[in-house]
Ligand binder design. Structure first.
Ligand code: CA
Length: 450
């Protein structure tokens, strides 16, 4: 091989962030394999999905491959295996139905980095000369809109639907895995794998600045997590850093393709449990009110989604719609909450995993919290009702009504709740004011008399 021998130092950090109750990200730092997985799903589903997805990757650690092609193939197979495992786990544990995860995995062989991924967890390469390249292409709706020329890259960075991913592990039996040409690493290069909890709130320039700040490896990943938290920390944050040095450089703790001070591959679970801020949070469902979701309801709704293909406009959550399993029958049992399948539209096994919420108005004129995005494809709505409210849209000030018209995007269910709460309080305060003027005329007169 023409590539010079290298050593790699590693560091990783993971944090729940400022908004979420638990950390559903997982990461893996082995001797030759590295990965980040960003889980999603109710109950403990997200954590289960992301940690389970790492196991087939961990099984590749320190394995030798005769050719580069064989290594890439093994990485792809491991991701397919991860998908099969999470799907099977979901089928065996109905309470975890609907879980899924991203998976971005790297494998080092003979000084080259092999990469494969599904979802929107990214891999970056920072060259010794300071150029920062995003190696992966996000599998999300916003990236697709950029590629279609519908929005600019700058608009994408702040787009409210940037967290809607178009591919995920564990959602369907079939999954399309992107593999990259192996990248020759040179001394001074840095590779960063990270979840969107970092790249959402923190832009590339900040990432570049942190990586080039000259800080120690552990401090660098901590500072990346800190930057995301200081920018609001809306999601779980995970960063895995590889720093490349020449094999003849004797950096502390570095071994030929080594994991310095990081969890071994066989500690995939430990790595996630030990993620950043220590104690894993409670594993209750974070984004749904207790009892508000029930997998059979979701199953019925997805069935209706199938039936409504090409039908008139209408909400998936319309309680008057006929129920049925439709063409999505085999998929429905495993779906809960966060996963919206639109495979039926393109016929291509295509999944939209909607981690997005918005406020809209239902058929009865009530403000309603929806999961998904306020759009339709071929007459099929890409959203469904999560919770109704008793807030009558018509009673709201007109500027609020107009914000609801196209769907008011919110970051999460908590934000949806607090928006509804403050709007209700404003209405009540207004009503109280009116009452005060009507009922207290006598009192006012008395006071005037004083
Ligand atoms: Ca995330």
């Amino acid at each position: 091989m023409s590539t010079p021998p290298i050593r790699v130092r590693t560091a990783a950090a993971s944090d729940t962030g400022q908004v979420r109750d638990n950390n559903q990200d997982s990461y893996l730092v082995g001797t030759t394999v590295f990965a980040v997985a960003d889980g999603m799903g109710g109950h403990a589903g997200g954590e289960v999905a992301s940690s389970e997805a790492l196991e087939p990757i961990a099984a590749l650690d320190a394995r030798e491959f005769a050719t580069a092609a064989e290594a890439t193939e093994a990485l792809r197979d491991a991701i397919l295996e991860a998908n099969a495992r999470v799907v099977a786990h979901g089928e065996e544990h109905p309470e975890l139905a609907g879980m899924g995860t991203t998976l971005t995995a790297g494998l080092l062989r003979e000084g080259r980095l092999h990469l494969a991924h599904v979802g929107d967890s990214r891999a970056y390469l920072l060259h010794a000369d300071g150029d920062l390249l995003q190696l992966t292409t996000d599998h999300n709706l916003v990236e697709q809109m950029v590629q279609d020329g519908r929005i600019s890259r700058d608009q994408a960075a702040k787009h409210p639907q940037r967290n809607v991913i178009t591919r995920a592990i564990g959602v369907e039996r079939e999954v399309q895995v992107d593999t990259l040409e192996p990248i020759a690493l040179r001394p001074g290069d840095q590779v960063l794998l990270c979840s969107d909890g970092l790249t959402g709130p923190v832009d590339d320039e900040v990432i570049r600045a942190r990586l080039t700040a000259g800080e120690a490896d552990e401090a660098t990943v901590s500072q990346l997590v800190r930057a995301a938290n200081e920018a609001g920390g809306p999601d779980n944050i995970t960063a895995v850093l590889l720093r490349v040095e020449g094999a003849e450089d004797h950096g502390d703790g570095a071994t030929p393709a080594a994991a310095a001070g990081a969890a071994g591959a066989d500690e995939a679970h430990g790595a996630r449990a030990g993620a950043g801020d220590g104690a894993p949070g409670p594993t209750h469902e974070i984004s749904t009110a207790p009892g508000s979701l029930d997998s059979s309801d979701w199953a019925a709704q997805f069935g209706r989604l199938g039936e409504q293909q090409g039908a008139r406009r209408g909400s998936v959550g319309d309680p008057k719609s006929p129920r049925g399993r439709g063409r999505l029958g085999r998929l429905t049992a495993g779906l809960l909450g966060l996963v919206l399948l639109v495979g039926l539209i393109g016929g291509g096994g295509y999944a939209l995993v909607a981690r997005a919420y918005f406020l809209g108005v239902d058929d009865d004129g009530l403000v309603t919290i929806y999961n998904g995005i306020p759009q339709e494809i071929a007459g099929v709505p890409l959203h469904w009702e999560v919770e109704g409210t008793d807030l009558v849209a018509d009673e709201l000030p007109s500027y609020r009504q107009s914000r609801l018209e196209d769907g008011l995007a919110v970051n999460n269910l908590n934000q949806a709740h607090s928006t509804v709460r403050s709007w209700s309080e404003d209405l009540e305060a207004e009503a109280d004011d009116d009452n005060d003027t009507d009922d207290d005329n006598d009192a006012d007169d008395d006071r005037d008399g004083d």
